[in-house]
Design a protein. Structure first.
Length: 352
């Protein structure tokens, strides 16, 4: 069953407001969680809402306020996030980085001590819609589910990086991580009693397995490249940790407790380099060349990163969002606890 995106955003914002978030924070969290569901990133959309609501209740997520400015050199800015909602911090960070990139050509903003930020891909079009290129990297110094290549003990989190690249048509939206799978996906598969299609984790003894429960029993997620070429994911994790926690000056060395994230946002204005039209000429050529490549499987033609997500988003905005099973029921359960009215349209969907 599908639900209207605007109704869903409003309901989610009501839940976060009732839990204690300030209006602007509640609206931002609702917007970007729903955006993730619109794009099909269902482990990082409203599936996170019950956890976020518990974080607010426990005082792990700060309800209101502004980040501390650690430094501001114009094109280089550092914030201490004060454990404010990650969606609000990143949205504000992207807005500021875009403004500064227009002024300086490029700008980088680093945030330490944020709460969880959700799906990186959900923020990219905030920049690409302006003709700007963006990258977002994130790590969580309070988590350690990915071991260094060849090791047995977790040190890193999946440490994702996302890129939004304008083209003459749809932007290229890349969202990749330093591990083969994610913690949220492992948790979902454990709840549903499912196994991976391939051995994407290792157990406590370092043996590859398809059982996601291994992650809870001393095992770790495999780095991108797996047992064969995992040095690639390992290298990516090291670089992400450095540009997020390292540049923020706050991370694993401080042993933060509770949910914690570090984020680096970099925005580039093509007009300040070789020119906006020249940039689009190059990215347009790349897209055309990739899509014209003969497919190994004729039934699955080559596509661009983000192509499927943007198609899902357009369809969901027109026809309604298809939520992953159990998510709407979970939101309605939270509404009961917080005395929030459930929109009749959502209640009707849940009872069908």
């Amino acid at each position: 069953m599908t639900v209207d995106a605007k109704t869903l955003r409003g309901f989610a914002a009501d839940l976060f407001r009732a839990a204690g978030l300030a209006d602007d924070k509640a609206a931002a969290v609702a917007k970007y969680l729903v955006e993730a569901d619109l794009m099909g990133h269902t482990t990082h959309g409203l599936a996170l809402a019950p956890w976020y609501l518990q974080s607010i209740a426990d005082g792990v997520m700060t309800r209101d306020g502004v980040p501390e400015t650690v430094s501001d050199k114009g094109a280089a800015i550092c914030w201490r996030g004060q454990r404010l909602p990650g969606a609000w911090l990143v949205a504000e960070g992207v807005r500021l980085a875009c403004e500064r990139a227009r002024q300086y050509g490029t700008a980088t903003l680093v945030i330490g001590d944020s709460h969880h930020i959700g799906a990186l891909a959900a923020y990219l079009t905030d920049a690409t819609d302006q003709g700007l290129m963006i990258s977002i990297a994130s790590s969580s110094p309070s988590g350690a589910q990915v071991a260094p290549f060849g090791g047995l003990k977790g040190v890193f989190t999946p440490d994702p990086v996302a890129y939004g690249i304008p083209t003459p048509n749809d932007p290229i939206l890349i969202d990749i991580s330093a591990s083969i799978t994610t913690v949220n996906m492992a948790q979902r598969m454990i709840r549903e009693g499912r196994a991976y299609e391939h051995p994407w984790v290792v157990d406590a003894a370092g043996q590859p397995t398809t059982d996601p429960k291994a992650v809870l029993e001393g095992g770790t997620l495999l780095p991108t490249g797996g047992l064969d070429h995992g040095q690639k994911g390992y290298g990516m994790a090291l670089s992400v940790e450095a540009i997020t926690q390292g540049l923020a000056g706050y991370g694993r060395a401080d042993a933060p407790k509770g949910t914690n994230a570090a984020v680096t946002i970099s925005v580039y204005d093509p007009a300040a380099f070789g020119g906006a039209d020249a940039f689009l000429r190059q990215t347009g050529w790349l897209v055309d060349a990739c899509l014209a490549t003969p497919a190994r499987d004729p039934g699955n033609p080559v596509r661009m990163p983000g192509q499927a997500a943007l198609a899902r988003r357009r369809k969901a905005l027109e026809q309604g969002v298809t939520l992953y099973p159990g998510i709407l029921a979970g939101l309605i359960e939270q509404a009961g606890k917080l005395s929030v009215a459930v929109p009749p349209a959502l209640a009707a969907v849940e009872t069908v």
